[in-house]
Write a protein that binds this ligand. Sequence first.
Ligand SMILES: Cc1ncc(C[n+]2csc(CCOP(=O)(O)OP(=O)(O)O)c2C)c(N)n1
Length: 288
Amino acid sequence: MAREAKTKPKLLPKDYKSKVKPTWCPGCGDFGVLASLYQAMARMELDPARTVVVSGIGCSSRLPFFVQTYGFQTAHGRVLPVAIGVKIANPALTVIAVGGDGDGFSIGGNHLAHAVRRNPDITYVVMDNEVYGLTKGQTSPTSPLGFKTKSTPYGSSDAPINPMAWALASGVSFAARGFSGDPKHLTDLIVAGVEHPGFAFIQAMSPCPTFYNTFDLWRPQIEALPEGYDPGDRMQALSQVFRDDGIPVGLFYRQERPTLDSHTRVTAHPLREETEDFDVQALLEMYR
Ligand SMILES: Cc1ncc(C[n+]2csc(CCOP(=O)(O)OP(=O)(O)O)c2C)c(N)n1
């Protein structure tokens, strides 16, 4: 009698949880982002052995510890160069970069524009709480004007940057905004981002209940992009991200264009053909 073919058991969101319990404050918005990521990974049935979550430094950048995949916590602000390096080394991997607004738009700000230009096939989820959480509540590049903290005791005189506008102006091929208080919607955006062939930028509005509790401020302002909105129109996207009423969420922009991976593939790296069975020893030999 023919033996029944063994089918791989389906992975559930809980299967992507590591043994490390999140160290975030109770009520932190980042729990919602993490829950969305577990859901998204399960929906796409990502192979944990072929998935890498990369981060910088910050409360939000602790996320890779809580996910049962490969992970890499880099230096403050350096999430994107490392994530891109991982993807170049082995394009068969699914690479998800995560971090905070300080990490991504302050010390690491320059990397955003260049990552966007290169269009590597990775997803970047920024947990934007408009404050530095880990270092106890200093003003961040997305903090509002007049924001009073220990680093700006008289109120910040710096206008906040607009991360979505920045990404769009640099030529991003996928830009979306979600809210940690709506993990179902954020899950859909993460799935769309990972499935997008190219650099997917996702701004996840994720309040910090300890240093800048914006749940009540943001929740009534969160609204879907208007009906009939066309995510293929960059100018329409820009007009939405510069709105000064409400916080529109959803897929702002999507465009398919050649990825960094498609360029590097044609440069015939000796290991490129072998990426399905990536041989670390061969790589070490080569650079010996
Ligand atoms: C080179 C360097 N500069 C400064 C710091 C201190 N530092 C650690 S995390 C952080 C900012 C954290 O804010 P954010 O990236 O928004 O993440 P959050 O903690 O809010 O999630 C800073 C300034 C550092 N670790 N390394």
